[in-house]
Design a protein around this ligand. Structure first.
Ligand SMILES: NC(=O)C1=CN([C@@H]2O[C@H](COP(=O)(O)OP(=O)(O)OC[C@H]3O[C@@H](n4cnc5c(N)ncnc54)[C@H](O)[C@@H]3O)[C@@H](O)[C@H]2O)C=CC1
Ligand SMILES: CC(=O)C(=O)O
Ligand SMILES: [Mg+2]
Length: 371
């Protein structure tokens, strides 16, 4: 198969879809890989390294989109990229369609086969192609939150871990999945007081067994969220209903009653965010203030640590990339129901139920297109 890797064009996004090592996995199997000039240069992955792995360097994204049978990216295609997609071309990347009607419309119009990393499932449950970026974003959320609690960044001027004789800050984490657990580990490590909320009591039970009295767990509902958030110095939003728009669990009224100079980090912003007051921001302008509360809502947090993130992402994505290149999308999806769960848009149809429901499309099950 002819595989293409364009340079990412989202604001301050230096990740790249394939590392030189991943390119080699494909070229060793006889596939041809086109990589855009300097696609990985910002993170030390030079054109020479890609050539050494058997890739061909191409000057422009236009040429890559025109030639490749499968496009491998990191972030959702930007409007100019959507316009270059062709019918039956495979797009393999993060999509986050539920909160993004414009992108969904463009992908449906393209006729392409659009596979979302974030809805591919794993044999042991979970979302293995989302997990590595959730690990990164979860860990970063506490770093970002701690930095924005400083006065110069708009926060209340609080050191999360406190010092002897002065109480630490209170970190509230909503959602105890991959983001939440990684945020919790860093917050506990920094010496903060940590409260974790989830609707899944089994998950809270697991955390309680491991972390004991170093954390407090709470069942998540409107009442407990209100209590926790209005007492917090830093709130991390890490909830997910796979494929669907994030539930708005923290209302505008709760934010208005938070401490002045408190910080919220809405990691779930790529699915629309779980704070009513959130809107997506960029690494260039990461925050805004509502009712005295600093909001950090960067939709591509792992892009800030693009080198670590690119390697972690490739560890999770290369297996299915190889299967897609070896077998073509239809055969690869027939053989693997977990990969099939990644199909969000296909040949003009919306094939992921939560996306169809949230955006008002008729749902076409992936199976119906594989017959
Ligand atoms: N902004 C960014 O750069 C990044 C954002 N993300 C996003 O972070 C979000 C979380 O991802 P993961 O941790 O991997 O998901 P996950 O599936 O591992 O965890 C989500 C957790 O939310 C819980 N949950 C669902 N409804 C809830 C409710 N009403 N109250 C409390 N908890 C609830 C679930 O039970 C689950 O434990 C996703 O939207 C993901 O796309 C991930 C990586 C980077
Ligand atoms: C998952 C996601 O949105 C990201 O890695 O940017
Ligand atoms: Mg207030």
């Amino acid at each position: 198969m002819l595989v293409g890797v364009p340079k990412e064009i989202k604001n301050q996004e230096s990740r790249v879809g394939l590392t030189p090592a991943s390119v080699k996995e494909l070229t060793l199997r006889g596939h041809q890989v086109l990589v855009q000039h300097n696609a990985g240069a910002a993170i030390g992955l030079t054109d020479e390294m890609y050539v050494g792995s058997g890739a061909t360097i191409i000057a422009t994204a236009e040429e890559i989109f025109a030639k490749a049978e499968m496009i491998v990216k990191v972030k959702e295609p930007q409007p100019q990229e959507c316009a270059m997609l062709r019918a039956d071309q495979i797009l393999y990347t993060y999509l986050h369609l539920a909160p993004d009607p414009e992108q969904t419309k463009a992908l449906v119009k393209s006729g392409a086969v659009c596979i979302a990393y974030e809805t591919i499932t794993g044999p042991n449950g979970g979302l293995p192609l989302l997990a590595p970026m959730s690990e990164v974003a979860g860990r970063m959320s506490i770093q970002a939150g701690a930095a924005h609690l400083e006065k110069s960044k708009g926060g209340m001027g609080l050191l999360l871990g406190g010092v002897p004789g002065v109480a630490p800050g209170h970190v509230v984490i909503i959602g105890a999945g991959v983001v939440g657990t990684n945020a919790m580990q860093i917050a506990v490590g920094m010496g903060a007081r940590v409260t974790v909320l989830d609707k899944n009591v089994d998950r809270l039970r697991q955390l309680d067994l491991v972390y004991g009295n170093r954390i407090q767990t709470m069942y998540s509902n409107a009442h407990t969220i209100d209590d926790a958030v209005t007492d917090a110095d830093l709130v991390i939003g890490g909830v997910l209903v796979p494929g669907a728009a994030a539930p708005k669990l923290v209302t505008r009224s709760m934010v208005a009653r938070m401490k002045p100079g408190a910080v919220v980090v809405d990691v779930a912003i790529d699915q629309g965010g779980c704070f009513e007051t959130s809107h997506a921001t960029t690494h260039e302008n990461p925050t805004f203030v509502v009712d005295g509360v600093v909001h950090y809502c960067v939709a591509n947090m792992p892009g800030a640590v693009a080198r670590t993130s690119t390697f972690a992402l490739n560890n999770a994505t290369i297996g299915h990339a190889v299967a897609l290149a070896d077998k073509g999308w239809a055969k690869a999806m027939k053989a693997n129901p977990h990969l099939r769960n990644g199909l969000n848009v296909c040949q003009g149809n919306v094939t992921y139920e939560a996306v169809a429901n949230d955006l008002g499309y008729t749902y076409a099950p992936a199976e119906s297109l594989l017959a």
